[in-house]
Structures are given as structure tokens and as C-alpha cells.
Design a protein around this ligand. Structure first.
Ligand SMILES: Cc1cc2nc3c(=O)[nH]c(=O)nc-3n(C[C@H](O)[C@H](O)[C@H](O)COP(=O)(O)OP(=O)(O)OC[C@H]3O[C@@H](n4cnc5c(N)ncnc54)[C@H](O)[C@@H]3O)c2cc1C
Length: 406
């Protein structure tokens, strides 16, 4: 792998060109998914007349607020296929983008604390293996071998009865992933335009022909929405409804520590997951706040519960201190699976509903969304994730594999 790190704030982040009056494709949202879509539109399809419009700054949304967990051990065939495609792309991206964004395949453990957790975990391992996804079922002693600081004593309130383990899963440095994708897209001719909010859509009958923005009108043949958390607002402006709800989702980090935590541990049951960042912070996340909101901040009781759960699983963390907490806005669908595809408005495409787990999907979301926009037809990997499934009933229910566990 070549490793040529970018400077901390690469020049092009500040360039921010004036929008042209028209582009072949406009992408709304410069998070990971918007940037990956622009990169693959240029690289895979040769479409370089592309503008990525971002109302804030590059990757200032969920892309740089997430807890960076990457895995592909979802239950259903459709999910395993798209998330495994993403994981394979992750494995090649540092070399392809010529940037070492610290992708670390340190494995992910999903703990089981009840008989039902054990059944669900074993079923998922079986399904993963049949789909060619690396997955193992570990008993409590094997769990302790993978993560020695985890409390596997049978005397705890929710004893660890075992867990699923995906060795190829792990973490990556999220802001650097965004910069690496943005740099390549920029080199291929894509305009990355910050401080440019899409406020409306220009239509000719049932077809979109452009966008209204705070920096003027931009005409375009095709529009891709990649505005996680804000998708339903944009859909409303375009004249249709999406079955998504926006919720705050929080995370926190501790101060820096020596390396103590060798893998990623998640527990849906006690509602926490923890990894240790390359610099040494313990990175912890929990579930979404129950109410709908756009505030990029959540409730204190969620953080409190998350830390109580972390100390229960890892007694050694009782000595750690919280350095920082923050929140993002995620959009959640009824079946905890994303929507990628056409909309009722011609030439307007949507990529949303990744809920708490879209970082891991970034390359595959971009790959398949770019294909859909370039050809007007879904890629086989995103065809099952069409909006129509909410009327046909062909749902892909990933609550068991998604839930709190990102
Ligand atoms: C605390 C937290 C922890 C998470 N942990 C994980 C994890 O461990 N693993 C995982 O896989 N996923 C995780 N996620 C989920 C993941 O971050 C998201 O699913 C994913 O980042 C969404 O795609 P994105 O990167 O394109 O979104 P974003 O980065 O949010 O990009 C959307 C962009 O659209 C812009 N936008 C919105 N409206 C407009 C408009 N009208 N005009 C122009 N621009 C607009 C926004 O400003 C934003 O920059 C987590 C999320 C949070 C908040």
C-alpha cells in the first residue's frame, strides 16, 4: 500500500469554486456518500461535469461525526451483498486513492447476553458464511481471548453468553476518507461547492431540470440526493414523501489512553459499542434519541446510559474520563435498510435511510448510486433497496443486525 498522507487541511478544501450555470449531474450533500458518488461518476462512468453542493462544509455532517465502524455481517442476502461489496472496496481504497486513511481490520465482536441474542447471532453467522462473509460464533472464553479487558464473568447483570466475530471488520479515519475521495473527485474535474444550500427544485412537468440554491440557480439533467438526515425535507421540496424519520444520534470519546482495547465490541442488549481510535481515545456510541429532530445534539440521559453500560462491560473504563460528546442527524427507515434508487420525480434519484450505519457502506453506496444516476437503472446491488419496496412489501428488515450496532 502506498502511503502519502495529505496535509491536515488540503488546499482544495478552501478553493470553493463559483457554481457554473449548468452541469450534467448535481449531487446534493458533500458527506461520504455524495463524495463517493461523484468520484465513481467520474472514474467508472466518465461523467465529470458534476457539482457536489454542500450547505455547510465538506464532510461536516455525519461523515465526520460517526464512530467509523466498518463491517458487513448483516443478515439478509441483499444487505450482505451490498455491505460486503463495500468492505471489498475499503480493502483496496487506500491504494486506489493513494491515501492511507488508517483502515484497520481489527475485527468486530457483537455480544450475546440472552438466549434470544445467542439464537439470532448463530443464525446470522450461518447466513453470513453461506453468503461468503467471514463470520464466527465465539463462546465466552473465546470472546475473552479476543478482548481480554471485557468482563465475561457469569456474575454480571447481563453475562456474556458468546458473540459473533467478523475478523475483516474494523475502523477507518473518517475525515481522511472524505478528503481522499474529495481530492480524487476534484482531480477528475468535479466541482466541490461549499456553503451552497439547495432550497428548491426547478421542474418541467414531472421532470427536474435544475436546483435553486442560496448561490443562484443551477441547471442540470440529473440530480442525486445524498443529504443524510435531511432527505425527507428535500423530498418534500421536490413534491414527494419518503418513509424516513430524522433522529439525533450521539457519540463520545475519552481522553487518550495507551492501547488497551484491541478490537471493536458492540452490545445491542446493554446498548453500547466501543473501539479505541488510533490516537488512543476510547470511542463510544449508543442508540438514537427517541424523538425526531435536526439539532445535531441529543439527550444527556442517552450518554449517561451509554457510559453505565460501558463500565458494566469494561470495569477498567471506570477510571477513564469523557473528553467530548457530539451528535449527528440520521435518517431511519421502517426496515432499518437504506433507500437507493429512482424517485417519483423523473431524473431525481435518492440515496438515504442509512440510519446509524451508513459510514461502512460509503464506497458501495457511491458505486451503486453513481451507476443508477449514470444509467438511469439500478445496479443489481441496489435494486432491492428501491423506494417501491414500501408499497410492494418486499422489506429487508435488518433491525437485528443494525439496531444500536453500527
Ligand atoms: C454519532 C454517529 C455515529 C455513527 N457511527 C457509525 C458507525 O460507526 N458506522 C457506520 O457505518 N455508520 C455510522 N453512522 C452513520 C453514518 O455516519 C451515516 O449513515 C453516513 O455518514 C451518511 O452518509 P453521508 O456521509 O453522506 O452523510 P453526511 O455526512 O451527513 O452528508 C450529508 C450532507 O448533506 C448536506 N445537506 C443537507 N441538506 C442540504 C441541502 N439542502 N443543500 C446542500 N447540502 C445539504 C449536509 O450538510 C451534509 O454535509 C454514525 C452516525 C452518527 C451521527
Amino acid at each position: 500500500m502506498t502511503t502519502k498522507p495529505l496535509p491536515e487541511h488540503p488546499d482544495f478544501l478552501w478553493r470553493n469554486p463559483e457554481p457554473r450555470s449548468s452541469y450534467d449531474v448535481v449531487i446534493v450533500g458533500a458527506g461520504g456518500h455524495g463524495l463517493a458518488t461523484a468520484y465513481y461518476l467520474a472514474k467508472n462512468h466518465g461523467i465529470t461535469s458534476v457539482a457536489v453542493l454542500e450547505k455547510g462544509w465538506l464532510a461536516g455532517g455525519n461523515m465526520a461525526r460517526n464512530t467509523t465502524i466498518i463491517r458487513s455481517n448483516y443478515l439478509w442476502d441483499e444487505s450482505a451483498a451490498i455491505y460486503e461489496h463495500a468492505l471489498k472496496l475499503w480493502e483496496g481504497l487506500p491504494a486506489e486513492l493513494d491515501y492511507d486513511f488508517l483502515f484497520s481490520q481489527r475485527g468486530v465482536l457483537n455480544l450475546a447476553h440472552t438466549l434470544q441474542d445467542v439464537r439470532e447471532g448463530m443464525r446470522r453467522v450461518g447466513a453470513n458464511v453461506l453468503n461468503g462473509v467471514d463470520a464466527q460464533w465465539l463462546g465466552p472464553d473465546e470472546v475473552a481471548e479476543v478482548c481480554p479487558i471485557l468482563n465475561v464473568s457469569p456474575r454480571t447483570r447481563y453475562p456474556v453468553l458468546g458473540g459473533t466475530f467478523q475478523p475483516r471488520a474494523g475502523i477507518a479515519k473518517h475525515d481522511h476518507v472524505a478528503w481522499a475521495l474529495a481530492r480524487r473527485a476534484d482531480e477528475l474535474g468535479v466541482d466541490l461547492i461549499q456553503g451552497c444550500e439547495v432550497t428548491g427544485f426547478l421542474k418541467d412537468g414531472d421532470r427536474v431540470v435544475g436546483v435553486e440554491t442560496n448561490r443562484g440557480r443551477i441547471l442540470t439533467g440529473r440530480i442525486g440526493l445524498a443529504a443524510a438526515g435531511h432527505s425527507s425535507l428535500l423530498a418534500q421540496r421536490a413534491g414527494f414523501r419518503l418513509p424516513v424519520q430524522s433522529h439525533p444520534l450521539q457519540a463520545l470519546v475519552s481522553e487518550l489512553h495507551e492501547p488497551v482495547h484491541p478490537t471493536v465490541v458492540m452490545s445491542n442488549h446493554v446498548h453500547v459499542y466501543v473501539s479505541q481510535a488510533h490516537k488512543g481515545e476510547l470511542v463510544m456510541g449508543a442508540g438514537v434519541d427517541a424523538y425526531n429532530g435536526y439539532g445535531q445534539r441529543g439527550s444527556f440521559h442517552v450518554i449517561e446510559q451509554q457510559m453505565a453500560a460501558a463500565v458494566e462491560l469494561f470495569p477498567v473504563f471506570a477510571r477513564a474520563h469523557v473528553l467530548r460528546t457530539w451528535g449527528g442527524i440520521v435518517d431511519v427507515t421502517p426496515d432499518a435498510s437504506p433507500i437507493i434508487g429512482r424517485t417519483p420525480v423523473e431524473n431525481l434519484y435518492v440515496n438515504c435511510g442509512w440510519g446509524t450505519g451508513g459510514f461502512k457502506a460509503t464506497p458501495a453506496a457511491g458505486w451503486t448510486f453513481a451507476h443508477t444516476i449514470a444509467t438511469g437503472e439500478p445496479h443489481p446491488l441496489n435494486a432491492p433497496f428501491a423506494l417501491e419496496r414500501f408499497t410492494t412489501g418486499a422489506l429487508i428488515d435488518e433491525h437485528g443486525a443494525a439496531a444500536v450496532a453500527h
